[in-house]
Design a protein around this ligand. Structure first.
Ligand code: HEC
Length: 133
């Protein structure tokens, strides 16, 4: 193989890698945490954030950015029109069988009250809206 062929091969590889990351996305679990827009939360959402960080962030991440254990909520899947508020209540109470991702099942969340869940939903919705979801 001569140097021109090598150069052509390198070019093809880098172009296809760039195209792959554009279309498939880089192989990370969550939203790029540094690009998340943090809005001025309502009082309810601020309280919700505390509950979220206690009960949900271990898997769904700080700022709902996602982790290795669970998806980000800043994703078209979780827009209010696709996953309504009842999906959040159900998820916390009954857990979720893995279907959108490969993180595995979400177990039911212990020790989160109905009131806290409503505030958590408020927090997630305000974060989603601020980020265009
Ligand atoms: C132990 C990890 C873990 C914790 C803690 C956790 N989740 Fe999840 N959650 C997951 C995983 C994993 C999924 C993705 C399942 C799939 O669709 O593949 C998920 C999915 C969801 C969904 C989508 C449900 C659906 O119908 O597709 C909602 C809503 C949700 N979680 C809400 C919450 C809330 C609210 C909390 C905190 C009260 C929470 N989760 C805590 C792991 C977790």
């Amino acid at each position: 193989m001569n140097i021109k062929m090598l150069a052509a091969l390198a070019l093809i590889l880098s172009v296809s890698y760039a195209a792959w990351t554009l279309f498939i996305g880089p192989s990370k679990a969550g939203e790029d945490a540094t690009s998340i827009i943090i809005p001025e939360f309502s009082q309810a959402a601020q309280t919700g954030q505390i509950a979220f960080e206690e009960s949900c962030a271990a898997c769904h991440g700080i700022n709902a950015a996602g982790t290795e254990n669970g998806p980000t909520f800043l994703h078209a899947f979780y827009k209010a029109g696709h996953h309504g508020d009842s999906a959040f209540v159900n998820a916390a109470k009954n857990g979720v069988r893995a279907h959108h991702w490969r993180f595995g099942n979400m177990p039911p969340v212990e020790g989160v009250t109905d009131d806290e869940l409503l505030l958590i939903i408020k927090y997630v919705r305000e974060l989603q809206v601020a980020n265009g979801y």
